[in-house]
Design a protein around this ligand. Structure first.
Ligand code: ING
Length: 313
């Protein structure tokens, strides 16, 4: 049986400074693409907001300054040569960026580009973490909820010989993300992330950042019979230490490849999408075993509702 084999790469980025031009960043993305070509990779996944520094770490009041971090075209002037090189190599890619739509909406977006250079999918981040207003008690801000609108669609696409879904950063911490994509048939889920090692609301989690990162993606992969690819923008970026540990995870939950440092790094794994069936058609046969009639709390409720106190007469 030939299987549906793919060589999948993580195109991890190290820090991007505030001053770094898009051209300089695209040079780095192209360097990773050339390494991918030398390694005969079929698909390379780049991080979330891969074209600029992670600007939600700052409270910025001037809207034109904020919008300087957004793309109004994709491909645009700076990214055209990335699309052209990828098409020439016959390598597909996924890229995260800040999207400003013609009608003035702003999203944290990720696209999927097939090996012929065509954009076959676009995903807009559903789970926006952090806060809406300037919180001066924090060492750094996390203002995604101020700068972006949330998406609301977990879409899947026929691409790369299988079914592909995308998610972005905080999405990977929510089991609903993987289940919605897997209910759409996803066999491969591509996730870019920017994750500070310090979590201001509960610093006790800082030491567990790497564990939590792999935990949620390994769980999502196994419980849904999917390959999951997580790709970081890591290292100390504008003073904020960010998690690397980009990885390719199998439907078994096993990690097949992981990066070794927090800079620009290519790591890849040879996968066979047919391996998903070993889980999708057995333990996690949704049609046979799922009980949606028992899960109404998941869509009927937003927050938790604890049991009423016992009233003792
Ligand atoms: N980043 C973070 C993430 O979910 C966060 C939010 C920050 C979590 C710090 C934990 C600690 O990985 C994004 N961009 O969603």
């Amino acid at each position: 049986m030939s299987g549906r084999k793919l060589r999948i790469a993580v195109g991890q980025l190290g820090p991007i400074t505030k001053e770094e031009t898009r051209d300089k960043v695209v040079d780095r993305l192209l360097s990773l693409l050339h390494q991918a070509n030398d390694a005969e990779v079929d698909l390379i996944v780049y991080p979330e907001l891969a074209l600029t520094t992670f600007f939600p770490r700052w409270f910025i009041e001037d809207q034109s300054a904020i919008d300087s971090f957004f793309e109004t075209e994709m491909p645009g002037p700076a990214t055209q040569r990335l699309f052209e090189a990828a098409k020439d190599f016959g390598i597909g890619f996924s890229l995260g960026y800040a999207e400003l739509t013609p009608d003035g909406h702003r999203y944290n977006t990720q696209i999927l580009v097939e090996r012929d250079g065509a954009i076959v999918g676009k995903y807009r981040k559903v789970h926006l973490p952090g806060h809406e207003d300037h919180e001066t008690w924090r060492e750094f801000q996390h203002l995604e909820r101020r700068y972006f609108e949330a998406g609301s669609d977990f879409t899947t696409w026929n691409a790369f010989g299988g079914v592909v879904g995308m998610a972005i950063c905080n999405d990977r911490r929510w089991p609903e993300t993987y289940r919605c994509l897997a209910l759409g048939g996803a066999e491969l889920i591509l996730i870019g992330y920017n994750t500070p090692l310090h979590y201001a609301p509960d610093p006790s989690q800082d030491a567990l950042a790497g564990f939590h990162n792999h935990l949620v993606m390994q769980s999502g992969a196994y419980q849904n019979g999917c390959f999951v690819v997580g790709v970081a923008k890591g290292g100390v970026e504008e003073g904020v230490a960010s998690l690397a540990e980009s990885c390719v995870i199998a439907p078994s939950g096993e990690i097949l490849a992981v990066t070794t440092h927090s800079g620009d790094e290519l790591a890849f794994a040879d996968i066979d999408l047919d391996a998903c069936d070993s889980y999708k058609n057995t333990l996690f046969d949704f049609n046979r075993y799922r009980r949606p009639e028992a899960y109404s709390a998941i869509t009927d409720q937003k927050g938790r509702i604890t049991p009423a106190e016992e009233v003792n007469d």
